[in-house]
Design a protein around this ligand. Sequence first.
Ligand SMILES: Cc1cc2nc3c(=O)[nH]c(=O)nc-3n(C[C@H](O)[C@H](O)[C@H](O)COP(=O)(O)OP(=O)(O)OC[C@H]3O[C@@H](n4cnc5c(N)ncnc54)[C@H](O)[C@@H]3O)c2cc1C
Length: 320
Amino acid sequence: MKKTIGIIGGGPAGMSCALWLKYLGFAPIIIEKKQQLGGLQQVSNFKNVYFLGLYGKTGYEIAEEFRQHIQVEEIPALLGSQVRSIVKNGDDFQIFTEAKEITAQGLVIATGQRIKGYEAIKSIEGSHELLSSQEIFFDPGTTPLLTPQMNDKIVAIVGGGDNGLLTAIYFSETAKHIHLFVPSQMLGLKVNQKIIYEKIEAGKITLHQPTIIQRFEVRENQIYMTFKDGEKPEEKLAFDSLCFRIGFAPNIEDIVQIFNEGKLGNIQRSQKGHIFTDEFLRTSIPQIYAAGDVANPRDPCVATALAQGAIAARSIQEDF
Ligand SMILES: Cc1cc2nc3c(=O)[nH]c(=O)nc-3n(C[C@H](O)[C@H](O)[C@H](O)COP(=O)(O)OP(=O)(O)OC[C@H]3O[C@@H](n4cnc5c(N)ncnc54)[C@H](O)[C@@H]3O)c2cc1C
């Protein structure tokens, strides 16, 4: 009988792992908490340039292509389903979801990352006022890009990673002016930093760095932000729109709790919570593997997630 591998998370890494496992002679089953497979690509309206062969497709379209492939392969997926508990029974894992009990010989964690949202700024004075505004954007996938919505607006962007820099670059094409607030170091790719500095030279972007945000106020369709740049005196500016690009956090807390409750062992993680693996994606717990962004904070993208799905599957074949 084929060995069953439970894959928690149905983004690119989980789907790729399932596909490879199928052709390596296993019976994969994907457990996905959302109603659809696709992961973060499902919330992205960015047009692909990096992923070979799917030029110009949006994240939504890429997610759809991946989903169709999994469907054609008839790989089972429990959608809208979350693991409630896992216990070890000899060499097997008993995985309990709301709807189903699965006996599996191996587990792959492919739960990805989430976009940091309101919880990351809620300690700042006045932050609760932002929730009443239609002009606050946390999720890069749903922020209007190059649409008339940003025309002639003064836009503030908070964040110094690639998401922050790219948003500033996109919006600078149509917005009246961009204020880019970088809390400490600029972390985005050098190529993106270079474009930002060109836009600063051209007078399209003002850079605030290092900056500490002290207060928010929302009045008459304007968002007021009080901040302090380095040693400069405190300043207050008004914006039409405010976008937060403050990074990602691994989706792992509930899994760790389930592992602890099931006494499965201690899964080693980085300070920020990402799973540590060996180079072939074995975690610190035997028979448990990790793939994609949840274990790869350095290079999170579709190509690496797909590749890691394949590598984890091949490690499973080697180990079983
Ligand atoms: C706006 C945006 C634009 C992007 N643009 C690009 C791009 O142009 N090119 C590129 O290469 N990459 C891009 N990325 C990054 C890319 O989408 C990710 O690197 C990739 O999706 C990671 O795949 P993954 O499978 O590791 O994780 P994810 O895609 O995050 O998938 C993880 C899945 O696990 C599920 N899950 C989480 N916890 C649980 C749980 N407890 N139980 C069950 N299921 C769970 C989630 O619902 C999700 O479906 C972009 C990301 C964003 C947000």
